[in-house]
Design a protein around this ligand. Structure first.
Ligand code: NDP
Length: 448
């Protein structure tokens, strides 16, 4: 008789949990994963994937306008939200199926129930079944934080934004981070009147200031309004269904929808973690070491629930590292260094490494190279929108310590540039590389 029912019991079938489970199974472990909602987690079901599809859908608004100077006449163009929404939701279901299949093909048992940790090696399912496991993995992700103001129940979060029955005519988005700016772009392109309100006067804290400023300027030009230093006071539902939002430092505002995008909190409530001795942090996050191990040797955590870097590819890397450590005979700590990231705003932005401010604080001397240009396509389209690329180098070693950009396809271009920054290349290495002309990306090797 084996000592435990499973070698690994994973709670949460999101990006991190799925990767850890299937790789552990491939290493020969007996694995089960419990999921109370849908296989795929936030990224696949109500995050990155459907969001990117909406971004594509929304961008046609600009493409159709720009098409004119390229000789195209597009008559009677009209947008159908329900058509886009349903195509996106159907594709999400397709991808969920693929994730499920991948787990099943590697022999992972999927248990469609909520699970709770009831001992260092014990999990209790919602139906009362008790199972044992040599290792338990917490991969329960995070959920949107909703400010505790009167009437907050009238607002929605990104979870609901994918299911709207109609586009709101006027939408107020609370928060100035990733989700706020991405959805502001989507709704604005699709014709809603968008206002972002944020508690501070900074959007996308953590990104390079010049790039953030450029996004703010372009967003204002596109018609997105911003209210800064505004805290929610309350939301009142009016007789005609509209919402009256009051906030500090600004006049009350009447809108048709309020979207909260004010950060995400780790999902650890009701999991029984503190009771078995797992240490939780201030925001409820699971505290882990470099290898994803909690204060209890047999319990581990990966992804957003650890509240380190809340990005899908990081959770996947952590899941892979954990599986290799536990069952692959290859102890691996996922690196959180030099993580590239992107915001799928209109236009998108992306960054890797230190911002200019970080570099100036941390390094003795820095050299900054800029390229501020109007992409050829924008010039011909008559679109007065400039791209901005910034490269930051350590002036002692010449090493590139950060690259930041805003402009069409910035995330696509950044992926390759991030390899160079991670590898510790220098500005000279970039200069030695021949440009591909005419592209936007060639600016990276032509900066002066
Ligand atoms: P972010 O952390 O990006 O931004 C949160 C925003 O809400 C900030 O502007 C912050 O203000 C404000 N805020 C935070 N707490 C409160 C509060 N208690 N009351 C009022 N305002 C508050 O969070 P998001 O919700 O936009 O996204 C969550 C995470 O999901 C991101 O951090 C990111 O890791 C991930 N994500 C990644 C995407 C991508 O890779 N493209 C896309 C979407 C999400 P201030 O900064 O002034 O403190």
């Amino acid at each position: 008789m084996p000592e435990y029912d499973y070698d690994l019991f994973t709670i949460g079938a999101g990006s991190g949990g799925v990767r850890a489970s299937r790789v552990s199974a491939a290493h020969g472990a007996k694995v089960a994963v419990a999921e109370e909602y849908r296989v795929g987690g936030t990224c696949v079901i109500r995050g990155c994937v459907p969001k990117k599809m909406l971004v594509y859908g929304a961008h046609f608004a600009e493409d159709l306008q720009d098409a004119r100077n390229f000789g195209w006449t597009v008559e009677n163009a009209r947008f159908d939200w329900i058509a886009l929404r349903d195509h996106v939701l159907n594709d999400v279901t397709r991808i969920e199926g693929l994730y499920t299949q991948t787990l099943e093909n590697t022999g992972v048992e999927i248990i469609q129930q909520r699970a709770r940790v009831t001992g260092p090696n014990e999990v209790t399912l919602a139906d009362g079944t008790v199972v044992t496991a040599r290792h338990i993995l917490i991969a329960t992700g995070a959920r949107p934080h909703v400010p505790d103001c009167p009437g907050h129940e009238h607002g929605i979060t990104s979870n609901e934004a994918f299911h709207l029955d109609a586009l709101p005519r006027r939408v107020l988005i609370a928060g100035g981070g990733y989700i706020a700016n991405e959805f502001a772009g989507i709704f604005n392109e699709l014709g809603s009147k968008v206002t972002i309100i944020n508690r501070s006067d900074t959007i996308l804290r953590g990104y390079d200031e010049s790039i953030r400023d450029r996004l703010l300027q372009i967003s204002l030009t596109k018609g997105i309004a911003f209210c800064f230093n505004a805290d929610f006071r309350g939301i009142e539902k009016q007789a005609d269904g509209s919402l009256l939002v009051s906030m500090t430092n600004h006049d009350p505002m009447e809108v048709d929808a309020v979207l909260f995008a004010t950060g995400r909190v780790p999902n650890t409530e009701g999991l029984g973690l503190a009771e078995v001795g797992v240490e939780l942090g201030k925001r409820g996050e699971v505290v882990v070491d470099r290898f994803g191990k909690t204060a209890i040797d047999s319990i581990h955590a990966v992804g957003d629930v650890t509240d380190r870097v809340q990005l899908t590819p990081v959770a996947i890397r952590e899941g892979q590292a954990l599986a290799d450590t536990l069952f692959g005979n290859k102890p691996t700590a996922a690196s959180h260094d030099c993580v590239p990231a992107a915001v799928f705003s209109h236009p998108p932005m992306a960054g890797v490494g230190m911002t200019e401010a970080d570099a100036r604080n941390k390094l003795g001397g820095v050299k900054v190279y800029l390229s501020d240009f109007r992409p050829m396509k924008n010039v011909l389209a008559g679109r007065n929108e400039r791209a901005l690329y910034k490269m930051i180098c350590d002036s002692n070693s010449g090493k590139i310590v950060g690259i930041h950009m805003i402009g069409p396809d910035a995330p696509e271009i950044m992926q390759a540039a991030a390899v160079a920054v991670k590898a510790g290349l220098t500005k000279d290495d970039f200069d030695a590389t021949i440009a591909i002309h005419p592209t936007m990306a060639e600016e990276l090797v032509l900066m002066r």
